[in-house]
Design a protein around this ligand. Structure first.
Ligand code: IMP
Length: 186
């Protein structure tokens, strides 16, 4: 789905494909500097399924080889707000002892999912846990979690594209935007 497909799906584009690519390149540059001495111990942890696109593009923008692992957690229920109840559907395969963990997220809304994830991973003995997210909604700014790398701060609206879904649809849209209600009714 390219930009022309977004016309019938989105009311507004919040981040274009080009903007996402260049912002992720900036974040990767910062991450490369911050982890220059510890790159061998760096582990990118992606949260399925939304973070797939961010992980693919962020990791490929890094100038060194990096290990990746994935978790699947369920926290969203059937509505559009986080429930705060988190269940592990798929756990990591890697032992976190002594690793520098960088959680790669698509979006932080209430931050409930992330707070749970950070404390869960911290309990496994890593050298550090930091967070990189492509998108952050306003409520997340009050969070007591170190979100070190943020792509874009966006308004409090439901967005889809670039990994983010509504009812498992629209993840393959290349940009991120607010969903047109007409696209999901009727
Ligand atoms: P939180 O616990 O409220 O921060 O919610 C985090 C998770 O909810 C994200 O990883 C997404 O899977 C999902 N989510 C939050 N906001 C949106 C959105 O605007 N569109 C699609 N999914 C969202």
């Amino acid at each position: 789905m390219d930009a022309s497909d977004a016309a019938g799906v989105l009311t507004e584009v919040l981040a274009t494909e080009d903007q996402i690519r260049s912002r992720l390149a900036e974040l990767a540059g910062q991450i490369a500097i911050d982890y220059a001495d510890t790159a061998a111990d760096l582990l990118l942890v992606g949260v399925l399924k939304g973070a797939v696109m961010v992980m693919a593009d962020l990791s490929r923008a890094l100038p060194f080889s990096v290990e990746m692992d994935w978790m699947a957690i369920s926290s969203y229920g059937s509505g559009t707000r986080s429930s705060g109840v988190v269940r592990i559907l798929k756990d990591l395969e890697v032992d976190l002892s002594g690793r520098h963990v960088l959680i790669v997220e698509d979006i932080i809304d209430t931050g409930l999912t992330l707070s749970w994830l950070v404390s869960n991973l911290e309990s496994r003995g890593p050298a550090s846990v930091r967070v990189c997210t492509l998108l952050r909604k306003p409520d997340a700014a009050t969070l007591d979690v170190d979100v070190r790398y943020v792509g874009f701060d966006i308004p409090d609206a439901f967005v889809v594209g670039y990994g983010l879904d509504y009812a498992q649809q629209f993840r393959n849209l290349r940009c991120v935007g607010t969903l047109d209600p007409a696209a999901v009714t009727g």
